[in-house]
Structures are given as C-alpha cells and as structure tokens.
Design a protein. Structure first.
Length: 261
C-alpha cells in the first residue's frame, strides 16, 4: 500500500494478457497453454491471462487449474438472461466454462462486427453481473490520430463503454488502450505516446469516478507488443500491463513478455 493525501491507494498489479483471437484449434490451444504454464510459473509480479477461442475455454481452463494463469473470453453476450439468443454466449456461461475475464470492445469487433460503445456498455455490465473482470478496449484509428482527434475518440469510447458504472464497479474493470494503427502492424506506439494516452485515460477516470478509482484501475497497452519492447512500455508510470496478440501465440515469446522484469 502507499499513502497519499489521506487516501489509501493500492499498488496496481500489472496484467499481461494474451489474446489468441481466432488462431488455434482446441488441441493447439491446450498445447500452447501447457507449454506456457511452467514458463510463467514464477511470475508473481503480474496477473497472467490468456484468451483462447470459446470452444477451447473449458478444456484449457481445466488443464490450467491450480496454475497462476487466468482465462479470458474474447467477447460475450449483452446480458445473462437465458433464452432465445441464438449464437450468443452469456458471461455467466463463460464463468461456468472457467473464465475469470472477458475482453470487450476489441477494435476488430468494433470494425468488423458492429460493436458500439452501447453494446460495450451492456457487455461490461453483464460481465460484472456474472462476477467476472471486464477488459474494456479503447483506441483510435490512424486517421483519427492524424486529425488530432485521438483523445476525443478515446474519451467518447470510455464514457460510452463505462456509462452508469459506479466506482465500485470499476474495481473489476481493466482498460486496454489499443491504437488501431498499432494492432498487428508491427508499428508500436512509442512509450511516450502510450504514456500520454494512458495518463489521459486516468484523467478521464478521475473526472468520471474520482481520484482513488482512477489511481487503482489498471490500464494496459496493446498493439504490436513484443519481447523486445515490453520493458520500455512497462517503464512508463501509467502503463500497467499489456494486451498481446501476435506475440502471445507462441508460448516462449509470450513468456518473455510476462517475465519482462
Ligand atoms: P497485436 O494485437 O499484439 O498482434 O498487435 C493486439 C491485440 O489485438 O490485442
């Protein structure tokens, strides 16, 4: 614990999360998870999370039981009511399958699958209602950054996605800042660019939910994070971890990112 202005702030424990997207079949997911397990077994400095596809969640979760690796789903339904919602998977079902986290509002879902700030908000509420942690993704496109609108875009996504949530709710929210132009492109934001936006996000959270909440919410960076750039990103004061795509697919490279220290 550290103390400031009579308010108790918890130290933010870093989170290193691997987003496996739609890359691995069931057996490949199990193999990668089992390969990863011993490589990150001593990583007490951070939370380690992997996000397999829906069909591998339960098996991977079972095979990792008792390890320090937590499981995230990559998306969820907008509510937990059982019923006629063909194709949807409720957060409560993801929990049933062994997930502790849900990634919500990833830019690929926003760009190609009609995700909006409103659906992100519904999904976030449903995730919290199921007792899971929501990893809420925000981030601007290149043309928005070039037009000088990056902060406005991110602020709008935050306000929409977190609308109606209390400071208490934010204890189980992780924000992932993923500039769209850096995802899968090999073009990482510089540590300074990441810090600038992470600081801005924390300011937005301060305005909306107060200083204590803003200081406690973990803000991850995502977009071409690799073993060779993780340390400089993590050295920024407001970067509390990473959401890793491509470099999380191989156990060795993801383990190097987890063990950045
Ligand atoms: P990347 O993906 O690491 O491959 O850029 C990040 C993400 O999409 O979460």
């Amino acid at each position: 614990m550290r103390y400031r202005d009579d308010i108790i702030f918890r130290m933010r424990k870093p989170v290193i999360a691997g987003n496996w997207k739609m890359f691995k079949l069931l057996q490949e997911s199990v193999d990668a998870a089992l390969q990863l397990k011993p490589l990150v077994a001593n990583a007490n400095h951070c939370d380690v999370v992997i996000a397999p596809v829906f069909t591998a969640l339960k098996t991977v979760a079972d095979r990792l039981e008792g390890s320090n690796i937590q499981i995230a789903a990559q998306d969820c339904a907008i509510q937990n009511d059982f019923g006629a919602h063909t194709g949807e998977v409720a957060p409560v079902m993801l929990k049933d399958a062994g997930s502790s986290h849900v990634i919500i509002g990833h830019s690929e879902r926003r760009q190609f699958y009609g995700e909006t700030d409103e659906s992100v908000n519904w999904k976030t509420m449903a995730t919290l209602a199921a007792g899971l942690t929501a990893i809420v993704c925000v981030g601007e496109k290149l043309e928005e950054r070039d037009a000088g609108n990056a902060e406005t875009v991110v602020k709008t996504q935050l306000e929409g996605g977190l609308s109606g949530l209390t400071a208490n709710d934010l204890e189980r929210i992780i924000i992932a800042y993923e500039p769209v132009w850096a995802i899968g492109t090999g073009k990482t934001a510089t540590p300074e660019q990441a810090q600038e936006m992470h600081g801005f996000i924390r300011n937005c959270l301060n305005e909306s939910h107060g200083n204590e909440t803003a200081e406690n919410v973990r803000v991850l960076y995502g977009g071409s994070v690799k073993p060779d750039n993780i340390s400089t990103l993590m050295s920024q004061p407001d970067v509390d971890g990473a959401l890793v795509g491509g470099a999380s697919l191989e156990a060795e490279s993801f383990a190097k990112i987890v063990n950045y220290k």
